[in-house]
Ligand binder design. Sequence first.
Ligand SMILES: [Fe+2]
Length: 308
Amino acid sequence: MSRNEKKIYNSFLKDGYFNFKTILNRKNCLQLRKFIDMHRPCSDKIFYKSKKEFLRNSNFKNYSPGEKDHNAIFNLNLDLDFIEKSKNFIKAVEFIAGKNYKIKKKSIIRSVPTNIHPHWAKKITQNVGRPNLNPYIKREYQDVQYFQNVDFHQDMTRGIKFVTFYIYLDDVSQKDSPLKILKGSYKFGHTHYPHYIRPGTEGWYYSNLIGDHMKCDEVAVYGKAGTVFCFHGLNLHGSLLNYSKKPRISLRYLIEPNKKNKNSALQKSFKMIKGKIVENLKLKNNFDFQRLDRAPDGSFLQTGTSIL
Ligand SMILES: [Fe+2]
C-alpha cells in the first residue's frame, strides 16, 4: 500500500469519511448539470398546485427513484462514463471498497431552495426531520430525489453493507446546503431515528443509549463542481435548508464492496462497529423501531430536527 493509500485507508476507518476533492472534469460536470436542469427543472411548477390536488394524486408509496425503474439517470439516458470510467473515480472507489466493487444504486439529488417550496407543502413538512419532497411533487418528476433540509440520519438501514459516494455538479458553498457529516459516528452501528445527538461546545455528542457517548466533529463539505467525497453507510449526515437561488444538483452512488476482499477499508470498518448494523424490530404499534418518524401508513411525523 502506498503512503497515500494508507492515509486514505486510516482516515476512512477513523472518520467513516473521506473527501477526494475535485477529481472529475469540471466542464463535463457543469454540462451534465445543465442537461439535468433542463429536463428536471427545479421550480414551483413541479409541485402539485394544492394540498387537495396532492391528496387526490399522491401517496407515500414508491415516490423515490428506484434502482433501475423510475430513475432519471436511465429515463434521460445519461452518459456517465466520464465519471464511472474515469481513472480518478475508479481509483477513489477502489481505495475504499476494494477492486470489483458494485454500484448498487445511483440517483440524482436536487436540493430545493426554500423560496420555491409551496406554502401548502411547507405547512406539512415543517418540523419534519427528513422532509422528502417527492410525495408533493408530480409523478413525472419523481425520478429525481428532491429534498429540502435533512436531519442527521444513516443511509444504510437494511443491513446491506455499502458506502455512499457523493458528487457535486455545482460549486457548493455555505448557502447551497452543503452535506454535513458527523465524523466517526458509524462506529455505534445502527441506531434508531431520531438519533440521540446533542450539541457540545465543539462538535456533537452522540449516544447509543446503552451507556456509550461519542464526541463527533462535524464536517461541512464545500467544493467545486467535480468534487467527490464518500461516507460510511452508517455515518450520520444531513444538510441545511437551501438559501441559494441556484438549487444544487448532485449525484449519489451507493457502492457495495466485493465480499471476497476482506481487507478493503469498507470491509474492515465493520469490525470497528460496536452494536448491530441493522435493526429489524417492529414495535407493538406497528412502527419500525429504526424509523420512529414514520407512521405505519408511510407518512412522516413531526419530530423537529437537529439542523435547519
Ligand atoms: Fe442520506
